[in-house]
Design a protein around this ligand. Structure first.
Ligand code: UDP
Length: 469
């Protein structure tokens, strides 16, 4: 493709409405993209659900909730659920959103465009909420789809009609043949059981999510661009296979996202000082993103494994990470590990991963976490939980070979000895870290670098050989 980021920027319109899927792993990259666009002189109106808007505002240290420091308007519309209803039930949430949000979004755009402000002439919507693209098309506004995970998974979704034709799944997304699908050589082989819709909730939720995905895939046809938070160098086979997907990543917010609106929990930055006191490349960073839930048995096993490892560790334990309300730790645990273990409820993850004392990332393999670990040259221990995380694990372990998987026992538990052994194996063999450092170069040299015309010319004039692109 001869399209580049400059073409996209030139095509863009002055006032953009950005609308993410209402989940942490979607809001963060959409905010990073918005900040990037604001830096290019565009105005961005960022639409959260009311529920998430409040969480984001509460997580900000200074309670500023309507405009970020960099001129992004934060607004919100209802998600269709009542206050007490379970937003972790993705089927319930998805159906409520689909029912209520398109109308609310249309009203919002009409209201803004009826006022004195610059009119919204472009909507950037998460690919996962195709209805927002449909609203844009209906209102004759330019539409851009933004996919916040790997190109491989989007390519698989774009291929759903073919999977149905070939009898691999039925019209409900139910898997008919158990096999591994490789769309093209060098792409990760995805087991049918790991298809993104087959790994979300119970059977009812899976069917709802599948139909929703099918509709969102159709809606992409109205989009002028399909952006993806990934880099060509990370997924050359996927981007060659699906050239309509346009890589703009990794969009790493790091310092820019500091204290800015996007986190659902307040970041505990005290762990950075603790990291300062640790030896270089010594700490295991353990975090499972925003959604993963552990049962009590598995939580205990992980806690004991970290103790058994005898290495320093920083572990993110979200207030809602276990399915129990009582204290989830083994008795006396906090005291026993106090000298070398730190638990925080939400970390400034991008800064943590960039810290020189981190040795490896024990991760649930969410796509953002994957990109953040890669961009800092870290090897992984993979503990996927749901959705696309199994494909990301396959990228990490089978394609890039910068990580290890855990084996579960016959009751579906990863035992403490298994965890300790894999930590030792990963950190005992230089090869994983060496490959991860190389991959970091691939990840970050693929970042699209945009200068002003003025500085672009100055920079190229200082180059000896006239190479300017
Ligand atoms: N994150 C964070 N602090 C934490 C844990 C996670 O800031 O303690 C951020 C992380 O940097 C990433 C996002 O939350 O940007 C999680 O996205 P990901 O795709 O990895 O997982 P998800 O939450 O969607 O499962």
């Amino acid at each position: 493709s001869n399209k580049n980021f400059n073409n996209f920027i030139e095509w863009l319109h002055p006032h953009i409405l950005a609308i993410p899927v209402p989940a942490q792993g979607h809001v963060i990259p959409m905010m990073a993209l918005s900040q990037c666009l604001v830096n290019h002189g565009f105005k961005v109106t960022f639409v959260n659900t009311d529920f998430n808007h409040n969480r984001v505002a509460n997580a900000l240290p200074d309670g500023q909730s309507h405009m970020t420091k960099d001129r992004i308007d934060l607004v919100s519309i209802p998600d269709g659920l009542e206050p007490g209803e379970d937003r972790r039930d993705l089927g319930l949430l998805t159906e409520a959103m689909r029912r209520v949000m398109p109308g609310k979004l249309e009203e919002l755009i009409e209201k803004i465009n009826g006022g004195d402000d610059e009119k919204i002439t472009c909507v950037i919507a998460d690919q996962g909420i195709g209805w927002a693209l449909e609203v844009a098309a209906k209102m004759k506004i330019k539409a851009v789809a933004f996919w916040t995970a790997s190109a491989a998974v989007l390519a698989l979704k774009l291929n759903i009609p073919k999977l149905i034709d070939e009898g691999i799944i039925d019209n409900d997304g139910t898997v008919l043949k158990s096999q591994a699908i490789q769309l093209a050589p060098n792409m990760p082989a995805i087991k049918t059981a790991d298809f993104v819709w087959a790994c979300i909730g119970n059977e009812t939720t899976q069917k709802i999510m599948f139909q929703f995905m099918v509709r969102s895939i159709k809606a992409v046809q109205v989009a002028d661009w399909i952006l993806c938070n990934s880099a060509y160098g990370l997924e050359p086979a996927a981007f060659t296979f699906a050239p309509e997907i346009f890589p703009i990543g990794p969009l790493l917010a790091s310092s820019r996202l500091e204290n800015s609106a996007g986190n659902f929990w307040q970041q505990d930055s005290t762990c950075l000082q603790w990291l300062d006191q640790q030896l270089p490349s010594s700490v295991i960073y353990v975090a499972f993103g925003s959604f993963t839930i552990f049962n009590q048995t598995q939580f205990l096993e992980l806690a004991l494994a970290l103790e058994l490892s005898e290495r320093p560790f920083l572990w993110v334990v979200r207030p809602d990470i276990t399915d129990t309300t009582s204290d989830p730790y083994p008795e006396g645990y906090k005291e026993r590990v106090a000298s070398r273990g730190q638990m925080v409820s939400w970390a400034p993850q991008q800064k943590v991963l960039a810290h020189p004392s981190i040795a490896c990332f024990l991760s649930h393999c969410g796509w953002n976490s994957t990109l953040e670990g890669l961009s800092n040259g870290l090897p992984f221990l993979c503990w996927p939980y749901f959705a696309d995380q199994f494909t990301n694990e396959s990228y990490i372990c089978d394609v890039w070979k910068v990580g290890l998987k855990f084996e579960k026992n016959e009751t579906g538990i990863v035992l403490k000895e298994e965890i300790k052994n894999k930590v030792d194996q990963l950190l005992g063999d230089e090869i994983y870290t060496a490959r991860a450092r190389k991959l970091k170069e691939v990840a970050i040299t693929n970042v699209t670098f945009v200068n002003t015309d003025f500085n672009h010319n100055r920079v190229t004039n200082t180059l000896p050989d006239d190479q300017s692109h």
